[in-house]
Design a binder for this molecule. Structure first.
Ligand code: GLC
Length: 488
C-alpha cells in the first residue's frame, strides 16, 4: 500500500554542490534537498519528504566516489534509435543522488559551454533519462521538481507521459526559474531532434514554442522563482523577457520562495579558510581579518578606511559597470576597493582601468578563487551587489553572516533580504533604486558616513549576522507546495 503521508520528489538539476558547482543553482541543488530531508513530520503536517537528487554524471565529478553503485542500465527513446543510459547511486549528506551517464554527457567535460545546441542535446537526454530512471527502479514519484532551462523539458515530457503511462498518472511537476533570461534559445533543433512537436500553448509567444524553458513553463503545475519579489517582477515587461503575458495568464501558479544558505558551510566561527575565526563576541578578530586582507593586497593597513568588496561573476546582469562608474563619483573619499571574479572581458577591463586610475585604492583580482572570497567576506566592510536584476542572490546573505554589510540594488531577492530602513530594528544594509551611477553614489556616500559612526555600524553588522537565512524556513514552504500538489 502506498504511504500517503510520504511525498516522493525527484529533484533534477544540471549541477549540485559539492559534487559539481558552477553557479548559484549548484548551491541551491546542493542544499535544498538536504534541508527538505531534515524537516520533521511535526513541521509539515505529519508528512515526510523522500527527495532524491538527479544530476548528469559530468566527467568532472569524482568518478571514484565512495559507495558509487551502478543501479540501472537502460535506453532513452530517440526518433533515430534508442540512446543508452546508465544510472549510478550515491549518497551525499544523507541525500540519495542519481548520477546519470550517456554518450552526450561523457563526451563533454564542461557543465555548460557557449554552444547551447550541444548543451541542449546533453540536457534533453538527461531530462528524459531522469524520468525514465524512476520507472526503471520502480520508484513512484509524486513530484518532479526541475530547475532552469536545462531540465525544463523533463516537465514537458512528464505532462505528455502522464496521459499515456499509468505509472506517471499522479505525478505533478514544479519548475524553478533561477534566471529567466536564460531560456535555452538556440536549442530549437535539439528539441525537434528528440521528437518534440511545437508546443501548442496559445499563451506562449511563437518564439517560445520551440525552446526548453517556455515549453517547460507551459507544462508545469507550479512555477517558482527563488524570491517573492522576483516572482512579481517577472510579470512586468521590464523583467518578464517577453513572457510576462504568458506568466500573467498563469499568475495563480507562479510564486517565489527565498533561497537559503547553508549555515554550516558559511560560518565565520568555524571557517577554516579565514585567518581569524570570529563571532559577535569576538569582533576584534574581524578587524584582524581586515588588516590581513589589506596586507594581502598591498593596500594601506588602516581599520578606519572602509574596505569595499565586490565578489561576482562579471556579467551584464550584475551591474558592475554601474558600481565602477558610481565609485568614480566618490573616489575623493577615503576608501579601498577589491574586485574578485571573472567573466565578460569588457567588464574585467573596466575593473582593471579603475585599478590603474586609482592604484592606491583599487585592486582587481580577476579570477575564480573561493578561498579568497571567504577571506574577503571575513575582512571586507561593504559588499557591493549592484545587479540590474537578481532572482535571489546568495552573496548578500553570505556577507551578512560574516558581518560584511551589503550595499545592493533594490531588485528581486536583494530587496527581500537587505533591509535599508534606519529606524527599523532589523536594518542590515543599504539599497539604491535606480540602475545608475548617481543613485549608487548617493547611497555609497550614506554608507561611508554610517561606517564612521561606530555604534551604528556595529548594529548593522550584528543585525545582518542575526538574520535567519537558514534553509529550514524555505524548505517548509517547498514542502507546503509539494503537499498541495500531491493533494490535487
Ligand atoms: C541564479 C540567479 C541568482 C540566484 C541563483 C540561485 O544564479 O542569478 O540570483 O541566487 O540562481 O537560485
Amino acid at each position: 500500500m502506498k504511504d500517503s503521508s510520504k511525498i516522493n520528489v525527484l529533484y533534477v538539476a544540471s549541477e549540485a554542490a559539492p559534487l559539481i558547482k558552477v553557479g548559484g543553482l549548484g548551491d541551491v541543488a546542493g542544499s535544498l534537498p538536504k534541508a527538505l530531508r531534515k524537516l520533521l513530520p511535526s513541521q509539515i503536517n505529519g508528512s515526510s519528504i523522500d527527495v532524491r537528487l538527479a544530476i548528469p554524471f559530468h566527467s568532472k565529478i569524482n568518478q571514484k566516489l565512495d559507495n558509487l553503485q551502478l543501479i540501472a542500465s537502460y535506453f532513452v527513446n530517440h526518433p533515430t534509435g534508442q540512446i543508452q543510459a546508465r544510472a549510478f547511486h550515491t549518497t551525499v549528506d544523507d541525500v540519495p543522488v542519481y548520477l546519470i551517464e550517456g554518450s552526450s554527457i561523457l563526451t563533454d567535460p564542461n557543465v555548460y559551454t557557449n554552444n547551447t545546441l550541444a548543451d541542449a542535446r546533453k540536457y534533453i537526454f538527461f531530462s528524459l533519462a531522469a524520468i525514465e530512471l524512476t520507472k526503471q527502479i520502480n520508484w513512484n514519484i509524486d513530484i518532479l521538481h526541475a530547475n532552469d532551462w536545462h531540465t525544463a523539458l523533463s516537465v514537458y515530457e512528464m505532462k505528455l507521459r502522464r496521459t499515456q503511462d499509468p505509472f506517471f498518472l499522479n505525478t505533478k511537476s514544479v519548475l524553478s526559474m533561477h534566471n529567466l533570461p536564460y531560456m535555452g534559445s538556440g536549442a530549437d533543433s535539439a528539441v525537434q531532434e528528440f521528437g518534440f512537436s511545437e508546443c501548442d500553448c496559445i499563451n506562449l509567444p511563437d518564439w517560445g514554442r520551440h525552446i526548453p524553458l517556455p515549453i517547460g513553463m507551459s507544462a508545469a503545475d507550479q512555477l517558482l522563482t527563488v524570491s517573492p519579489s522576483y516572482a512579481k517582477e517577472i510579470l512586468t515587461p521590464e523583467y518578464g523577457c517577453g513572457l510576462q503575458d504568458f506568466l500573467e495568464s498563469r499568475s495563480d501558479t507562479v510564486s517565489g520562495i527565498l533561497n537559503g544558505i547553508d549555515e554550516q558551510t558559511w560560518d565565520p566561527s568555524t571557517d577554516a579558510t579565514i585567518h581569524f575565526n570570529f563571532n559577535q563576541n569576538k569582533f576584534e578578530n574581524r578587524i584582524k581579518n581586515k588588516i590581513a586582507l589589506q596586507t594581502e593586497f598591498g593596500l594601506d593597513r588602516n581599520e578606519n578606511t572602509p574596505l569595499i568588496i565586490l565578489i561576482s561573476r562579471m556579467d551584464q546582469q550584475k551591474g558592475i559597470d554601474i558600481a565602477i562608474n558610481g565609485l568614480r563619483l566618490v573616489m575623493d573619499l577615503s576608501l579601498q576597493v577589491i574586485f574578485l571574479g571573472t567573466g565578460d572581458p569588457f567588464i574585467e577591463t573596466s575593473c582593471r582601468s579603475l585599478e590603474a586610475e586609482f592604484p592606491e585604492k583599487v585592486r582587481a583580482a580577476l579570477r575564480f578563487d573561493l578561498n579568497l572570497s571567504r577571506r574577503m567576506y571575513a575582512g571586507g566592510d561593504i559588499l557591493l551587489i549592484p545587479s540590474r536584476y537578481e532572482p535571489c542572490g546568495l552573496t548578500q546573505m553570505i556577507a551578512m553572516r560574516y558581518g560584511c554589510v551589503p550595499l545592493a540594488r533594490a531588485t528581486g531577492g536583494l530587496k527581500d533580504t537587505v533591509v535599508d530602513i534606519p529606524e527599523n530594528e532589523s536594518n542590515n544594509g543599504f539599497l539604491f533604486t535606480e540602475a545608475s551611477a548617481e543613485s549608487f553614489a548617493q547611497v555609497m556616500k550614506r554608507a561611508i558616513k554610517t561606517f564612521h559612526l561606530k555604534d551604528e555600524w556595529k548594529k548593522l553588522q550584528i543585525n545582518g549576522m542575526n538574520t535567519d537565512f537558514s534553509w529550514e524556513k524555505s524548505a517548509i514552504e517547498y514542502a507546503k507546495i509539494y503537499t498541495k500538489l500531491k493533494g490535487e
